[in-house]
Design a protein around this ligand. Structure first.
Ligand code: 5CA
Ligand code: ZN
Length: 411
């Protein structure tokens, strides 16, 4: 699939620090240790509605990882999917009388626009579920050869316990997994399953639903195998980061890791499982199914600057839950104006320590609020005319470049 335009990223003097990130599977903040090429897979949207602030928070979080690795001298191979065929999309098509493909195309186009406006570095490979169907079918056939697949009626299920490490991403017990599985698109109670947690890898064609011809028969892929297939095809195993929001920890990331590990007979699928917290609005998690949404595009179209939206998102650490508010956006706009004025000045206090402080904050599990505080401190000092004697004409430019390269905010 077409991705979106690559933003220019200014070069900074020196180099960023090794990035430490929280890993859901170990429950610890640990150093990432990518080679020259860092490899990251982040779960993409299901395009049946527009990008909301929760999505934006998640993709900006992983954009910070991308930028921190680049600053530390790594190249980044970033892959993202689009779930352009799945139940919610078909349900929306039926409810609104539109063609499911038209909805997916339109919402994916809007997502690209939103991401470009938010200055998010695009994935190198942006892959739709539909275009991945031949590969998914191949991988399911391999799982069959490994004895990890069985049929229920004419649908195919993956035996999750064929991965001896199943459960190690979410670290939930079986009862907890079964409960959550039922709530998040799974079918623990379907008669004929060997284990309630086994997950669908291939669904045979249903009347009035789209289906594709493959060696597995006429049908469509299950959700988890889509991401497992796309990730291993483009990145291989032991990728540096598998990412998404916390709502994907179980079942999605548990299942796709298990499938990839059985496919490749190796462990782990990912060295870090990184999850961003849920953004709420008016007391509830923002979700398409609940309908309590603030869309990036609606805000843009009413004249809100995308950089202010991004700065409002960055005011929160990626692992704390928070609520989108008009006040948070207004504060971000005010901060942006202040930063612009200060970095537009002809001189300012030396900024080497500011750059170092931003790098330290981001390398420490993406402490974006602390990185913003480091910029705020320089801006305040600049405005107060601090250190007039030692004022540096290159400092405002350096702060502007650091804010652009590391935070993705163009002043
Ligand atoms: N297509 C699947 C992933 S393969 C999917 O979950 N799509 S989605 O459109 O529902 O969500 C896209 C991304 O946004 C996921 O990483 C999800 O975890 C994240 N996300 C969804 N809602 C929120 C929210 N309220 N706050 C933060 N992130 C969210
Ligand atoms: Zn996914």
């Amino acid at each position: 699939m077409k991705s979106w335009a690559i933003p220019s990223i200014p070069d900074l003097p020196g180099s960023g620090l090794p990035l430490r990130l929280h890993d859901t599977a170990s429950g610890e903040v640990r150093a990432t240790d990518p080679g020259p090429l860092a490899r990251m897979y982040v779960c993409g949207i299901t395009p049946y509605d527009a990008t909301h602030m929760g999505h934006a928070f998640t993709y900006v979080t992983f954009d910070l990882i991308n930028r921190a690795w680049r600053d530390a001298g790594h190249e980044v191979h970033y892959v993202q999917n689009v779930t352009d065929i799945d139940d919610p999309l078909l349900e929306r098509a039926v409810a609104t009388g539109q063609d499911w493909r038209a909805i997916a195309d339109r919402e994916t186009a809007l997502f690209r626009e939103d991401m470009a406006a938010l200055n998010v570095i695009p994935p190198r490979d942006y892959i739709g579920a539909v275009e991945a169907i031949p590969s998914v079918a191949n991988h399911v056939a391999t799982l069959q050869e490994r004895g990890s697949v069985y049929a229920v009626d004419s649908d195919l299920y993956f035996r999750v316990r064929s991965d001896p490490t199943f459960g190690s991403v979410s670290r939930l017990d079986a009862a907890e997994m079964t409960r959550i599985f039922g709530e998040r698109g799974g079918d623990p109670d379907r008669p004929g399953k060997e284990d309630p947690l086994d997950c669908l890898v291939w669904q045979s064609a249903r009347p009035d639903e789209p289906a594709w011809d493959t060696p597995l028969g006429h049908g469509r892929p299950g959700w988890h195998i889509e991401c497992a297939a796309i990730a291993v095809d483009h990145l291989g195993m032991a990728i540096d980061v598998q990412g998404g929001g916390t709502d994907l920890i179980f079942p999605h990331h548990e299942m796709s890791a298990a499938e990839a590990q059985v496919l490749h007979q190796s462990h782990p699928f990912a060295r870090h499982y990184v999850h961003s917290a849920m953004v709420g609005w008016q007391g509830h998690k923002m979700s398409k199914s609940r309908g309590n949404l603030v869309f990036v595009s609606t805000e843009r179209h009413r004249g809100v600057e995308p950089a202010a939206i991004r700065l409002a998102l960055l005011a929160h650490h990626y692992r704390s839950e928070w609520e989108w508010t008009a006040q948070g956006l207004a504060e971000a706009q005010a901060r942006l104006d202040l930063w612009r004025a200060a970095t537009g000045a002809e001189q300012g206090p030396p900024a080497d320590a500011t750059l170092a402080g931003m790098r330290e904050a981001l390398a420490d599990d993406l402490q974006a609020p602390a990185a913003l505080a480091a910029v705020d401190a320089w801006v305040l000092a600049q405005q107060a005319g601090a250190g007039e004697g030692s004022a540096d004409p290159a400092a405002p430019r350096l702060v502007r470049a650091a804010v652009d390269a590391l935070l993705g905010i163009r002043l």
